[in-house]
Design a binder for this molecule. Structure first.
Ligand code: URA
Length: 281
């Protein structure tokens, strides 16, 4: 799909709201077109030139397992071989620091989300954090600011963390994908897999004591479990990392809590469990 949101040369009546010669029906047609674009997920103008979102990417999609082994509720399974993912997985392990990894992700063209996003949202928080939180995908506010969890869900997350005595200087926050999916749709398994080797290396480099997986998508991606978040949440699992197993707890996504405030009761229990694990580590 090619979306051309440019002002037509020589026809400035398409500069919405600035030209009084536009008729009511032209204005309505333009508003209907913009509403259609927005409903299709094109709710940001990301550049001057039109973009073909479906054009093939220059680099093949990486499809590598996230961890050396994945754990599915107590059962460790060997990773499935990934014919096309070796290149990006190998590259990610070359990053010696989180800054190097971020630069590598910024130069990576294997995830199509990069083409439609404004910014890379790599992480926010402290590289010395003992707790790493992983969400699903950046949204509109995150794309505008280039940082994960800075919108409404992020503000709730910050309040939740504050309730257990943690601020941005003590946590490290990222997502399963580093770019906003158009219209905030769920990232596809291919998009998650393209970013997975980088996320695995990010976990390895940060080497946190505790992983908090925010919502079903993060839990599924990190733990390789097909269980729903309601069954998974609140249980301590182990994420096999090259530097040693890391305790991982899945909990409810803050965006879900905004829509279902009654579920905050469950999230509070998970937060207390996270705090206890940090205190004990
Ligand atoms: N939801 C997420 O999962 N991640 C963000 O960064 C923002 C909202």
């Amino acid at each position: 799909m090619i979306l051309d949101c440019r002002v037509k040369p020589g026809n400035d009546k398409y500069a919405a709201g600035t030209n009084s010669s536009m008729t009511t029906s032209e204005r309505q047609a333009l508003q209907a077109l913009l509403a259609w674009y927005e409903a299709m997920g094109a709710d940001e103008a990301i550049g001057e030139a039109p973009l073909d979102c479906f054009a093939s990417v220059t680099q093949p999609l990486a499809a590598a397992p996230l961890a050396p082994e994945r754990m599915s509720l107590g059962t460790r399974v060997a990773p499935s071989p990934s014919p096309s993912g070796g290149a990006s997985a190998a590259r990610s392990s070359e990053a010696a620091t989180l800054a190097e990894l971020e630069a590598m992700v910024a130069g990576f063209d294997g995830c199509p989300l990069k083409r439609t996003a404004k910014s890379l949202c790599f992480a926010r928080g402290s590289e010395k954090a003992r707790i790493m939180l992983i969400g699903e995908a950046p949204g509109r506010d995150e794309d505008l600011q280039g940082k994960p969890f800075v919108g409404r869900a992020g503000q709730l997350l910050d309040r939740m963390l504050k309730a257990i005595g943690l601020d941005e200087g003590q946590v490290y926050i990222t997502n399963t994908v580093y770019w906003r999916p158009p219209g905030n749709r769920t990232p596809t398994p291919q998009e998650v897999e393209a970013c997975a080797p980088f996320l695995a290396r990010q976990i390895e480099l940060l080497s946190p004591k505790v992983l908090a997986l925010l919502g079903g998508a993060a839990a599924k991606s990190i733990l390789g479990s097909s269980e729903g978040i309601m069954r998974l949440r609140g249980k301590w699992l182990s994420y096999p990392c090259a530097t040693g197993d890391i305790s991982a707890l899945a909990t409810l996504h803050p965006a879900y809590l905004l829509r279902n405030p009654a579920a905050k009761r469950l999230a509070w229990r998970d937060l207390l469990a996270l705090k206890a694990a940090l205190d004990a580590s």
